[in-house]
Design a protein around this ligand. Structure first.
Ligand code: ZN
Length: 93
């Protein structure tokens, strides 16, 4: 897991609580100071690294790519691409 410091983009507060996931897989946050919703920035339409890890772990545990795709509402081709990328990355890092 990677720890990321997220600041409220409305008031700059770091006093945020997690508030589920956006449809594109990004973590959503609720600011406790100004009560507005924020989400992970700035990469707009990519799935977050944490979300990828979550999905890939689910695939390993259930050994069902289709099931995970259905659970997370993403295409199974996307998951298989991530699996390939993970293999590639893990050898270099
Ligand atoms: Zn705020």
């Amino acid at each position: 897991m990677v720890t990321v410091t997220v600041k409220c983009r409305h008031c700059g507060s770091e006093n945020l609580s997690k508030n589920g996931f956006a449809p594109n897989g990004k973590q959503k946050y609720l600011c406790k100071d100004c009560k507005k919703a924020s989400r992970e920035d700035p990469t707009s339409n990519a799935y977050s690294q944490d979300f990828r890890e979550l999905v890939l772990r689910a695939c390993e545990e259930r050994s069902s790519l289709r099931g995970a795709a259905r659970t997370f509402s993403i295409h199974r081709h996307t998951i298989s691409r991530w699996q390939e990328e993970k293999k590639t990355n893990s050898s270099s890092s």
